[in-house]
Structures are given as structure tokens and as C-alpha cells.
Ligand binder design. Structure first.
Ligand code: G3P
Length: 216
């Protein structure tokens, strides 16, 4: 499973990239706004911190505008993936950009039929939003399972990018459901390593090593 980090905070990205566990980055207009930095500048810096895809989202809502913005974003760096919303215009723009060799991440996916449309439009990634479905008492994980089955039935190559991941449990369940990628905030990725029995076990090993005067 690939791990993308969902943030526009370049310090966090650099810190996590140093672990060698990060395969790409996703951003959205809300995350860019939170960074307080100019859009193109922050995307260019993020692209220099990872070789993996960096999702940068358009703000136009009509297909022609999305295509124009998508081409502008794709010029920032070779590893930009253009993020488009799951609307008819977004799907039209997806087809055009994909045909020109520009990878597209279709975002704001909340149903299996939407995911089917994105795959048919040539999306490189589909982003089902798990947490936001859970927020309205629907099952985000069931959506991942449905998309996995549909994509496997027809051998679509679009990668399932589990997004709006809010907890370590979301990560585990997405992996079990066969998501190709998950994107999560830095705090969730960092928390994956935590287990109280690991801490306790290490404490005991170190205390025993000290008592016995073990040196390596
Ligand atoms: O990757 C999508 C993500 O940024 C949305 O997450 O927690 O705002 O639903 P959230």
C-alpha cells in the first residue's frame, strides 16, 4: 500500500519523507489556504521534497477552465497530479488531461458509480472520502470495498486512494479492503507506530540490559 501525506505543510512533509515511507503528497484548496503561502510556490516546494505524485487541485468549475488550470499546474513540476472534482465538467476535463498524459486525481468521491465514471474518464487516482461518509453515519469502508470489486471486475487501472482518513483504524481497514493508496494527515501517519506494549517491552529490555551491563 502506498502512503501519501495529506498536507501542505512542507516541514511535516520533509520530516516524514526522511523516513522513506512516504510515496506522495495530496493537497486541497483548504490545506493550501491553511499554509498561508502562494499556491504555485508551495506546490513547487512540495514537488521537490518527493519523487512521488503531488496532487494539486484546480479551482475552476467549468471543463475548459479546469483544463487550463490543470495544464498550468502540470507545468510546475513533472510529478504534479491534477486534482479535479467529481462533476460532469471534472470528468470531461479528466478525459482531456489524461489523453495528454497528465495524471489526474478525481476527488470528492462518495459513491461507487462516481468511481466507475472516474475510471472510465481515465483517472490515475480516485479519492473516496472515508471520514466524511462516516460523519454522516454511512460506511466509508464499504465504499472502498465496492470500488475495489468494480475496478477488479473490469481491470481498471485507476488507483483507489483512500482519503479523508482520520484514524489508524481507517488506515488498517483501507489496507484490508485493498485500497492502493491511503492519504492521511501527518499526525495519523505518525500515530501508526504507537503501541503501549512496544513501549513497555522496550522499557523492560533496556532495564534488563542495563542491569546485566550489556553493551553492543
Ligand atoms: O484527502 C482529503 C482530505 O483532505 C479531506 O479530509 O478530514 O477534511 O475530510 P477531511
Amino acid at each position: 500500500m502506498k502512503f501519501f501525506v495529506d498536507t501542505a505543510d512542507t516541514k511535516d512533509i520533509a520530516d516524514l519523507a526522511a523516513t522513506g515511507l512516504i510515496d506522495g503528497v495530496t493537497t486541497n484548496p483548504s490545506l493550501i489556504a491553511k499554509s498561508g503561502r502562494p499556491f504555485a510556490e508551495v506546490i513547487a516546494e512540495i514537488c521537490s521534497l518527493t519523487d512521488g505524485p503531488v496532487s494539486a487541485e484546480v479551482v475552476a468549475t467549468d471543463a475548459d477552465g479546469m483544463i487550463k488550470e490543470g495544464k498550468t499546474l502540470a507545468k510546475i513540476a513533472e510529478n504534479v497530479a491534477v486534482k479535479l472534482p467529481l462533476t460532469w465538467d471534472g470528468l470531461k476535463a479528466c478525459r482531456t488531461l489524461a489523453d495528454e498524459g497528465i495524471p489526474v486525481n478525481v476527488t470528492l468521491c462518495f459513491s461507487a458509480n462516481q468511481a466507475l465514471l472516474a475510471a472510465k474518464a481515465g483517472a490515475a487516482f480516485i479519492s473516496p472520502f472515508i471520514g466524511r461518509l462516516d460523519d454522516i453515519h454511512l460506511d466509508g469502508m464499504e465504499l472502498i470495498q465496492e470500488i475495489r470489486q468494480i475496478y477488479d471486475n473490469y481491470m481498471f487501472e485507476t488507483e483507489i486512494l483512500a482519503a479523508s482518513i482520520r484514524s489508524p483504524n481507517h488506515v488498517k481497514l483501507s489496507a484490508l479492503a485493498g485500497a492502493d493508496v491511503m492519504t492521511a494527515p501527518p499526525s495519523v501517519i505518525r500515530s501508526l507506530v504507537n503501541h503501549p506494549l512496544t513501549d513497555k517491552g522496550l522499557e523492560i529490555f533496556l532495564a534488563d540490559a542495563k542491569k546485566a551491563g550489556i553493551k553492543v
